[in-house]
Design a protein around this ligand. Structure first.
Ligand code: SF4
Length: 263
């Protein structure tokens, strides 16, 4: 269901846990856990972190990666590091210069001014160009702080908190993760990536560690990349088939097509 957790019909007693981590609607918590349990042995939990960046650098990296292949955004991030001695220098650089440096990503003409504007806001609000202070905050407060900056949505804020050296318990959702969640019925077919963040987080235990939430994201993402493909998901070899309405419908269609062919 597309109902956000913490909505009006949840009584205060049901929301005693942490904000945005209340009980999941519709008993989907069991399903979310079962999916996690089944995918863990397939992809190997705990899954190693792929970045060791400070949170501000993770923010820049995350802003570059929007709708861009990992290899291209990785290259653009390295170019930025090589061109500017620190993020302060990036902030002071002519925007055209920045745009040229990140030319390999999608929409460099939009991302260059946006990155500068976001860094400028961080500096104005904190008096320094650093996000290290977020380590002292509760994860939900840190998310709120980040998402108050225009251009930072739930995906970027979760990425900064989870993927950086902060290693905070936040659940990012990328397009692969989102597709698997939709097909398995964890979220409705009309729930977009942004709004899916609090819903999918609320389905997982409120006390899960940063590593467990990171694993959950990586598991669903890897499953989307390696089995539940955008076109032609490999349902025949999927460990989630019996609990996936999309997969079962596809199998039924195939069976009907086969029996029609046989008669
Ligand atoms: S059964 Fe098919 S649609 Fe469902 S998660 Fe597996 S691969 Fe994706």
């Amino acid at each position: 269901m597309a109902t956000a957790p913490g909505h009006h019909h949840l009584h205060s007693s049901a929301r005693r846990a942490k904000p945005q981590a209340g009980p999941a609607p519709d008993g989907l918590a069991d399903k979310a856990l079962e999916i996690h349990r089944r995918l863990c042995p397939v992809y190997g939990c705990p899954i190693p972190y792929f970045h060791s960046l400070d949170p501000l650098s993770e923010l820049v990296s995350s802003l570059l990666s929007h709708r861009t292949r990992n290899a291209d955004s990785g290259r653009a991030f390295k170019s930025l590091r090589a061109r500017y001695p620190d993020w302060e220098a990036l902030l002071d650089a002519p925007v055209e210069d920045l745009e040229t440096t990140i030319a390999g990503v999608t929409w460099p003409e939009l991302k260059a001014p946006r990155i500068q504007a976001i860094l400028r806001t961080v500096k104005e609000r904190r008096g320094a160009l650093s996000l290290d202070f977020l380590a002292e905050m509760h994860v939900e407060a840190a998310r709120t702080w980040l998402e108050a900056i225009p251009g930072i949505g739930p995906k970027t804020s979760a990425a900064v908190l989870s993927f950086s050296v902060l290693r905070m318990p936040a659940l990012p959702v990328d397009s692969h993760h989102h597709r698997v969640a939709q097909r398995t019925g964890l979220i409705g077919s009309r729930v977009d990536v942004g709004p899916s963040h609090p819903i999918l987080r609320a389905q997982l235990p409120a006390d899960w560690s940063a590593q467990e939430l990171y694993d959950n994201h990586e598991l669903l993402m890897l499953h989307g990349q390696q089995v539940c493909f955008h076109h032609n998901p490999a349902c025949g070899r999927c460990v989630l088939l019996d609990l996936c309405p999309t997969g079962r419908a596809r199998q039924d269609e195939r069976r009907m097509a086969t029996s029609r062919g046989a008669s």
